[in-house]
Design a protein around this ligand. Structure first.
Ligand code: IVH
Length: 680
């Protein structure tokens, strides 16, 4: 008897049996992997799986993506697709001490004008942040956090994680996006490294790296072999469901079949929070997975909304980080790197020392003032600390061990790379080499590295080594635009480049000519212009020419661009070397125009400013809503403002809008606008 057709009479019965099997096995998986309380014997489970595989092999057309057989992974993919997060994935501010926790509490209490109470306390899993999307209760997309706005589509890999439900229970919202952390237990990590030792493969440094490596495999069959796990802790977005508290949210997650951390807890007062955090410092070792702190969140979600977000960090939550591991060692010398924009970055060369499981031989020293303030001298025995994934830092000298001949440190007065004078502008922390990329090889090299990097021109085959060879060793590239003039012969002349890889490099370079204006702008390496700022500029000016011609005031007018950035952008376009490079990029055929913006949503293309007190929502709530619906939120009224939403006691913004003739609407009219635009 085969496991399928023969024992089941007809098609209807077969499909019914199939559905039943999928359901039963998924249920058994949930009990086993999420709730840790299996109800059926392993043998029975194996029998059901066997039957299911039998049906699927005879009737592949029946196979559904929710089938537990899909957890073994599919074949390799070429690359990960990009997933745009509709609601940005935030990060957290850190508190490194009880005092810092209390200071956070005081800040938010002051802000709200009353003592904030009622928190959730969640172990901070040291893994990788991910998002999971469910449509009609079915797992549809899973992605990494990426930069918070755009992540990588790792659906196929997350499908192999047993504690990721493929189908949700108990009537979940029709659209649901949750966030959580994928991680590996210490035991699983140990086992994987043991196997790698046996087969002579390089070892993973820690469970976090191992989890990250596993979840970003292009071949999901490899992911499937790593016993990854997941805890869900936050809501991204949902339709038709509005929890009132973080705790209620966590409970609903559990009900629907997600794995939430059984160690999550609640606390009423900040005293209780501080106590719980201190306890976790000792309890952390008792867990089978690594945590690097405790996440404290304000429980009430309305209150969260009112507290809002600064930059990428919510005010309503904080990560209490455990004191990092420290060690002492000898500072052998202080060296200086020259950054892309000329900054002189001093770093410590140390007698190698073990800190938190890794060998540290270099540490950052931030800047001149910091070295002076801490009075760090070459020859000192210094305290080094390494917190989580952060670059090791020198905390300070152990003065009792200072050699008598140690002298205070001074930053070089001329650039160690190009000999140009070093200046330090008043009010700035960093001293800079004045050579620019025209004179300073270091800046030239750093600029090229930045130019080809991901998010910029994304020219993968020009890595650090090739950049070094092109700029420093062979002087073929003077500014980044020169890469578009490279010939195959020149490349083949370089060490270790054959005909085929030379062609790949040229193809990659050529393909980069069609990057978006945002990417090009970001790639230029203008000081203070990160990707987000580049995006704002590209949207506002649409072509490079217009930005090039723009006055300082024009640039300052752009929402989200402050005077410091505007100044830097304006100055960049007045520098002969920069303009020469720009002209060469144009001549090479690099795209200099932004395509029509494809932000979707009913408010796409509109910039809306909000002022005064609204009736039904807080300021943050309406601003969040505008962004979610594809609109942009402006800080101040300008010619570019599409609407001003004015509530009670609106002040100067209202006057400005009246003067400029900006349409002024009430909160209800805003709702109507959304309604109309949604049906447009
Ligand atoms: S909440 C505001 N909750 O910590 C929402 N994060 O430093 C931000 N993490 O990117 C996330 N456990 O990878 C939250 N219970 C938890 C967490 C947690 C671990 C990680 C997460 C996040 C990072 C922020």
């Amino acid at each position: 008897m085969t496991a399928s057709g023969a024992s089941v009479g007809n098609w209807a019965e077969l499909t019914e049996r199939y559905t039943q099997l999928v359901e039963d096995i998924n249920h058994a998986n949930h009990l086993y992997y999420v709730l840790d309380s299996p109800e059926i014997a392993d043998a029975e489970y194996d029998r059901l799986m066997e039957e299911l595989r039998g049906i699927e092999s005879e009737h592949p057309e029946l196979q559904s993506p929710d089938s537990p057989t899909q957890r073994v992974g599919a074949g390799p993919a070429a690359q990960f697709a990009v997933v745009q997060h509709r609601v940005p994935m935030l990060s957290l501010a850190n508190a490194f001490s009880a005092d810092a926790l209390r200071a956070w509490h005081e800040r938010i209490s002051r802000l709200m004008g009353r003592e904030i109470k009622d928190f959730t306390i969640e172990p901070k899993i040291d893994g990788l942040a991910i998002m999971l999307r469910f449509e009609q209760g079915r797992f549809s997309i899973g992605a990494t956090r990426g930069d918070g706005s755009r992540g990588e589509d790792i659906t196929a890999n997350l499908r192999t994680v047993r504690s990721v439900p493929l189908v949700l229970n108990d009537s979940p919202p029709p659209y649901l996006e949750v966030r959580g952390e994928v991680y590996l237990s210490r035991a699983a990590f140990q086992k994987i490294n043991d196997e790698r030792t046996a087969t002579g493969q390089p070892l993973f440094a820690n469970p976090r790296n191992c989890a990250a490596g596993s979840v970003r495999q292009l071949d999901s069959r490899i992911t499937a072999r790593r016993p990854l796990d997941v805890f869900i802790y936050a809501l991204g977005e949902s339709e038709g469901w509005q929890p009132r508290t973080q705790w209620q949210m966590l409970e609903a997650f559990g009900k629907w079949g997600f794995k939430t951390n059984p160690n999550n807890a609640r606390a009423q007062t900040i005293d209780q929070v501080v106590k719980a955090c201190a306890e976790w410092e000792h309890r952390r070792e008792s867990l089978d997975y690594e945590i690097d702190g405790v996440v404290v969140k304000v429980n009430d979600l309305d209150l969260q909304g009112e507290l809002g977000v600064v930059g990428r960090e919510p005010r309503w939550a904080i990560a209490f980080k455990f004191p990092p591991v420290q060690a002492t060692t000898v500072l052998k010398s202080i060296e200086v790197n020259v950054g892309r924009t000329g900054s002189l970055n001093p770093y410590a060369v140390l007698e190698p020392v073990q800190v938190g499981g890794v060998t540290v031989s270099q540490a950052t020293l931030h800047n001149e003032d910091d070295i002076r303030r801490k009075d760090i001298r070459v020859g000192d025995t210094v305290l080094v600390h390494r917190a989580g994934e952060v670059i090791p830092q020198v905390i300070g000298p152990i003065l009792t061990k200072r050699p008598p001949d140690a002298v205070p440190y001074e930053l070089p007065k001329i650039c160690p790379r190009c000999g140009s004078p070093v200046v330090r502008t008043e009010g700035e922390a960093m001293a800079r080499c004045t050579g620019g990329f025209a004179k300073c090889v270091s800046q030239r090299f750093e600029l090229l590295k930045h130019f080809v990097s991901r998010g910029a021109m994304d020219i993968e085959s020009v890595g650090e080594k090739l950049a070094w060879s092109l700029v420093i060793e062979n002087k073929l590239v003077y500014d980044p635009s020169d890469i578009y003039q490279l010939t195959k012969d020149q490349l083949i002349g370089l060490e270790r480049i054959g005909d085929k890889s030379a062609q790949t490099v040229l193809d990659n370079i050529s393909a980069s000519k069609s990057r978006t204006l945002t990417q090009v702008l970001y790639a230029l390496g203008i000081r203070y212009v990160g990707y987000q700022t580049a995006e704002l500029l590209a949207r506002a000016f649409v072509t490079m020419d217009r930005l090039r011609e723009a006055s300082l005031e024009d640039i300052e007018q752009v929402e989200g661009i402050g005077p410091k950035i505007a100044e830097s952008v304006y100055a960049w376009f007045r520098e002969a070397d920069n303009l020469r490079m720009l002209d060469k990029l144009v001549a090479a055929g690099v795209n200099m125009q932004e395509e029509a913006v494809t932000i979707s949503g009913p408010l796409a293309g509109l910039t809306i400013v909000v002022t005064g007190r609204l009736e039904r929502r807080s300021r943050t709530q309406i601003e969040q809503q505008i962004k979610e619906l594809g609109g942009a939120v402006g800080d101040s009224v300008s010619k570019k403002t599409s609407y001003l939403v004015a509530g009670e006691e609106a002040g100067s913004k209202l006057d400005k809008a009246k003067k400029l003739g900006t349409p002024i609407i009430t909160e209800s009219e805003f709702d109507k606008l959304v309604e109309e635009q949604s049906h447009a």
